[in-house]
Design a protein around this ligand. Structure first.
Ligand SMILES: [Ca+2]
Length: 337
């Protein structure tokens, strides 16, 4: 509370004091969600928007138990042999090939512009949303309010995403904030971008002044390509390649998929490439339980980039294999691979 200058005449001091008291004593409206008022203050300060309008938006959001249940479920720890068949189905491959063919000109032009092989753009949206079919049924605002304000284990991350959502300019979203739908984690559109990814990597590729991750294919393709490019995708670089382990191969476990040895080091440890690869190529290794036993994969920078989209190496390998199948089926240009 600000102090009242002592130099004011008494009458005015009394008036000022009663005003302050009135402000202090006015009934505090209970917030709909814990921490809502503080969040509203922050968003209003950052954006200059009307706090009442921001608060009204949040008042309309609902904490949903189904979202808390979904995020609390133990992480799927499927082995590769059970994970791969979910994504590498004939239907998903064939639809990917048809999708690539249908949008070939746009995909290849955007792929070229960003230096990203277009089949990986298609594979990402194929794995994330089945080529835009399943973009999620949860209200994004409910998802981020629930996880940002009612789920302490991940609250810092999701509260920050909620704040970003509330601060995004209108022309970064597919519609009014309270109408958006997405995953239980608040990811939106064909590429399932979180609000911070829309802010940092979203692209208005069709030039209509609007980043629309749900209704504009140019925006969707370019945003995914831009995400990859900004995370270090190497144009024409390798993603993953099968390896053979000899019986004395040194067991390798890696913390993440960042390439950390020249290929020849892994060769010295007992892993041999099946195809010809530059011995100096920065490489990492994945050992997976495949349908026919142990599988070994050399992985490279572009594999690591896919894991920045989703940290699971199984996800990255599924995207890679789907991309390869689509490229082969659709006759993607080798120049961009
Ligand atoms: Ca646009």
């Amino acid at each position: 509370m600000p102090s009242i200058p002592a130099s004011l005449p008494t009458r005015r001091r009394v008036a000022a004091l009663s005003l302050l008291l009135a402000a202090a004593c006015s009934p505090v409206l209970a917030e709909t969600h814990p921490g809502q008022d503080q969040l509203v203050r922050e968003v209003a300060k950052d954006t200059g928007r009307d706090p009442q309008a921001i608060s009204a938006l949040l008042d309309g959001a609902k904490k949903q138990q189904s979202i808390l249940d979904a995020i609390s479920r133990p992480a799927e720890a499927k082995p590769w042999k059970d994970y791969r068949p979910i994504f590498l189905t004939p239907q998903r491959i064939n639809e990917g090939i048809a999708f690539y063919r249908e949008h070939r000109a746009l995909l290849e032009s955007i792929g070229k512009q960003y230096g990203v092989a277009p089949e990986y753009i298609v594979a990402i949206i194929g794995v994330e949303t089945y080529y835009g079919r399943n973009t999620g049924k949860y209200k994004v605002l409910d998802a981020l309010v629930t996880l940002g304000l009612y789920y302490p284990p991940r609250a810092p991350f999701f509260r920050s995403e909620l704040k970003t959502l509330l601060e995004l300019p209108d022309n970064h979203l597919a519609g009014p904030v309270n109408t958006l739908t997405g995953s239980y984690a608040g990811a939106q559109g064909w590429g399932q971008f979180m609000p911070s990814s829309i802010r940092n990597y979203g692209v208005d590729a069709d030039g209509d002044g609007h980043i629309d991750m749900k209704n504009s294919l140019p925006d969707i393709f370019a945003s995914v390509a831009n995400y990859f490019a900004k995370h270090g995708w190497q144009t024409g670089g390798l993603v993953a390649a099968p390896a053979r382990a000899d019986s004395a191969a040194r067991p390798i476990s890696v913390k993440d998929s960042k390439p950390q040895w020249p290929l020849e080091q892994l060769v010295a440890w007992g892993y041999a490439p099946v195809q010809s690869i530059n011995p100096g190529q920065p490489t990492s290794l994945q050992s997976l339980d495949g349908a026919n036993g142990k599988e070994y994969w050399f992985t490279f920078q572009n594999f690591y980039v896919i894991t920045t989209y989703n940290r699971s190496p199984l996800y990255a390998l599924a995207v890679h294999q789907l991309a390869q199948a689509i490229a082969e089926g659709a006759g993607a240009p080798e120049a961009t691979q």
